[in-house]
Design a protein around this ligand. Structure first.
Ligand code: ACO
Length: 430
């Protein structure tokens, strides 16, 4: 088999042999780096459906088969046996830690759970009803100012320190987004607690009562964080990488990722799913909503359904669906919304429209139900997602900074505007 692909410009007969790169897994990739120089042409691929924007050794996913792996480890095994903090180590270092390495890692993260006291004042600048994703993006960007001059992004030790800061501080930042909205005082981290317990304590404890998170809830959150930790070159991760390619402060890059994740076509879908299930209200109304989702004249889409890459079950949705069953069972909760979700899934998966287009439930379809069972308000769902995804973002940032092909990201365009024309003074315009 040839390891090049020849592009022939039929207008001029000029040819370019492009190398075909083969990754460890996944389809081969045509290297078109020299296309413009040799043939004077760009490629056009809106939404990057066929474009690899980078090389990466972090996450692999096969959308046809419904496979997801972090550093080669199947997500099902990590979900069953690992913890979020261990997964963070895996994403950053590429290998699972020994017991000693894990202890050092945990201690290292705990050294970075505090934020500068002045940072708390940023929260109070927001309106009482501000969306917590808006607050989170603003506060993470503000943190960039605390570490700006001191951060040498070309120093490996400082990059690792940045990773620890991001992973250590995110629970603190996220919890304050929640508490500000409901008028509870901020809680300092307690490093005697585990990562998840500490987050829950900062988020849910009240000064007037003793608080001990339920082990079931801790495990459910840990699981959700593992599933959300990374997902290859999605919109928010690509945003982080593009910002980082300009040698931007890493906290500012992550703030850019948070802004992108907020959108309802991306991480904001978990919040939108709950709103949709509330609107559906009863299983008897499901078909009406499905008809709307299929109607091209209606902008309504089934939230939590469909994915750019997965044309099969999103493996994370399968894990979350099972966890949702277990959690509701263990907590003794009877959630009518879960019944609506399962019935909606069943009917949609038998419907020709969804079958033809290979539209399956994605990670967001069931995650909101778990958050809801844990009494987390829906506006906080995407904040939880961002907290967990920060680990992936910072791992991707670190990888980019040592990439031999590192250069500023600069897509090209197909210009469809006016040709050159001369300026006419306003007095002469009709
Ligand atoms: N409901 C109804 N129809 C849908 C849906 C949906 N949720 N998703 C896709 N379709 C239809 C489209 O209308 C299109 O139909 P057509 O071929 O007749 O025109 C076809 O399926 C292909 O859809 P595209 O929009 O081209 O798919 P794309 O890959 O661009 O979009 C996306 C993927 C944004 C996730 C889309 O499926 C969607 O909007 N889903 C709902 C929002 C959601 O759940 N987002 C979370 C994704 S997971 C994450 O980011 C964490």
């Amino acid at each position: 088999m040839s390891d090049t692909v020849t592009i022939i410009d039929n207008r001029t007969g000029k040819q370019l042999n492009c190398p075909v790169l083969q990754g460890v897994m996944g389809p081969p990739v045509i290297d078109i780096k020299h296309l413009y120089k040799e043939l004077g042409m760009f490629t056009y691929d809106p939404g990057y459906g066929s474009t690899s924007s980078c090389k990466s050794a972090i996450t692999y996913l096969d959308g046809e088969q419904g496979v997801l792996m972090y550093r080669g480890y199947p997500i099902e095994q990590l979900a069953e046996q690992s913890t979020f903090l261990e997964v963070c180590y895996l994403l950053i270092y590429g290998e699972l830690p020994s017991r000693l390495q894990m202890d050092e890692w945990e201690t290292g993260i705990k050294m970075h759970t505090m934020t500068h006291e002045h940072l708390s004042r940023f929260y109070t600048g927001y309106r009482y009803d501000a969306h917590p994703m808006s607050i989170m993006g603003g506060v993470v960007n503000a943190i960039a100012s605390y570490y700006h001059d001191a951060t040498d992004i070309y120093d490996a030790g400082q990059r690792l320190m940045t990773a620890k800061r991001v992973i250590g501080k995110m629970p603190n930042i996220a919890s304050k987004c929640y508490r500000y909205a409901i008028g509870l005082p901020f809680v300092y981290p307690d490093n005697s607690l585990s990562y998840i317990e500490n987050f829950m304590n900062m988020t849910f404890s009240k000064p007037s009562e003793k608080y001990k998170p339920s082990p079931v809830a801790v495990r459910a959150l840990d699981l959700l964080f593992i599933l959300h930790a990374d997902h290859e070159q999605n919109a928010s991760t690509s945003t982080v990488r593009l910002a980082a390619s300009a040698e931007t402060n890493p906290f500012a890059c992550i703030a850019a990722g948070i802004a992108t994740l907020w959108g309802k076509a991306h991480g904001g879908a978990n919040e939108a799913v709950i709103k949709m299930l509330e609107e559906i209200e009863h299983p008897r109304n499901i078909r009406k909503f499905l008809d709307r989702a299929k109607d091209k004249d209606d902008s309504f889409r089934l939230m939590g359904f469909g994915h750019r890459v997965y044309k099969n079950y999103d493996p994370r949705a399968t894990i979350i669906r099972k966890a949702c069953h277990e959690l509701l069972g263990e907590m003794g909760l009877n959630q009518p919304m879960f019944e609506i979700a399962m019935e909606l899934e069943r009917i949609a998966l038998e419907d020709g429209y969804f079958i033809e287009r290979k539209l399956y439930p994605n990670v967001d379809f069931y995650s909101g139900l778990i958050y809801q069972a844990l009494n987390i308000p829906s506006e906080m769902f995407t904040v939880m997602f961002a907290l967990a995804r920060s680990a992936g973002w910072v791992a991707q940032w670190m990888e980019l900074m040592v990439d031999s092909d590192f250069r500023i990201g600069r897509p090209r365009q197909l210009y469809i505007g006016k040709e050159k024309r001369d300026y006419i003074p306003i007095s002469q315009r009709s």
